[in-house]
Design a protein around this ligand. Structure first.
Ligand SMILES: NC(=O)c1ccc[n+]([C@@H]2O[C@H](COP(=O)([O-])OP(=O)(O)OC[C@H]3O[C@@H](n4cnc5c(N)ncnc54)[C@H](OP(=O)(O)O)[C@@H]3O)[C@@H](O)[C@H]2O)c1
Length: 253
């Protein structure tokens, strides 16, 4: 029984690796570019969990890296039960970063699309190629509440990229349902991970204040939702966008 976490070296992906590594009999392959972060994650796991993990260095923007990652996954014994596509980057534009859209840099936009959309697309294609002959499998894409609405805390390029991830999720859920494969998305609100690193404290305080639970979420809380969607307990759930935001989407973000 194999699981893959693309972008598993940090934040939400890393917490998902931690939880998946607790499943008896599982092999958890996780990828990313940062080998030092991968080693820190593996070292932080208790020995039985660590023994279930395999790190594969891979950049989702590189077709050859992605091919090598899936070759590595194929070479390990067992079927690919689940995959979580978590690799993502925040946009460099937006009013909160002091860069209004009309001054946005085209290369920065390309970068967000290349990682968040094309990278997810590339991995989905390989995951579905592995799962279709098996006749089962569960895929979770990491979208965002910014994939469901606009928000003044997120850039237009990031928002556009996450809407695309939701579109891929919905289309592929329908296309692969008859093949026994479920495709879902988690849509986190503001979550305490290194991605928030560049945000000013007053902005974070404002986001906390606007959240119905008056707090920012944890990577663990998102990882628990991912585990549920990957599991057989979600056997009749496909094409859904599961918000993990303490109800933030129902009000101001
Ligand atoms: N934090 C939030 O508030 C929030 C809210 C909604 C959605 N999300 C989404 O959640 C996902 C995880 O983000 P996070 O918050 O956990 O941030 P994070 O701690 O910065 O983690 C990002 C992950 O993506 C990987 N990644 C980035 N570029 C990559 C590339 N080119 N190739 C392979 N891996 C790459 C990173 O690995 P390496 O550095 O090792 O390459 C890292 O493992 C993202 O898709 C993000 O958009 C986050």
């Amino acid at each position: 029984m194999k699981y893959l976490v693309v972008g598993g070296t940090s934040g939400i992906g890393a917490e998902t690796v931690r939880l998946l590594a607790g499943i008896e009999g599982a092999t958890v392959v996780f990828s990313g570019r940062d080998e030092a972060a991968a080693a820190r994650l593996a070292d932080s796991l208790e020995p039985a969990r660590r023994a279930r993990t395999v790190f594969a260095r891979s950049d989702v923007t590189s077709p050859s890296d992605t091919d090598a990652l899936f070759e590595r996954v194929r070479a390990l014994p067992g079927d690919l039960h689940g995959a979580f596509n978590a690799a993502g980057v925040a946009g460099a534009d937006g009013p909160l970063r002091g860069v209004p859209f009309h001054q946005a840099d085209e290369r920065a936009f390309d970068r967000v699309i290349e990682v968040n959309v094309k990278g997810t697309w590339r991995c989905l294609r390989a995951e579905l190629a592995a799962m279709a002959p098996q006749g089962f499998g569960s895929i979770v894409n990491c979208a965002s509440v910014a994939g469901l609405r606009s928000a003044d805390s997120m850039s237009a390029s990031y928002t556009a990229s996450k809407h695309a991830v939701v579109g891929l999720t919905r289309s592929l859920a329908a296309e692969y349902a008859a093949s026994g494969i479920r495709v879902n998305a988690v849509c986190p609100g503001v979550i305490d991970t290194p991605m928030l690193g560049g945000m000013r404290e007053e902005l974070l305080a404002d986001l906390r204040r606007k959240n119905p639970a008056a707090r920012i979420g944890t990577a663990r809380e998102v990882a628990e939702a991912v585990l549920f969607l990957l599991s057989d307990r979600a056997g009749y759930i496909s094409g859904t966008t599961l918000t993990v935001d303490a109800g933030g989407l129902t009000g101001a973000l």
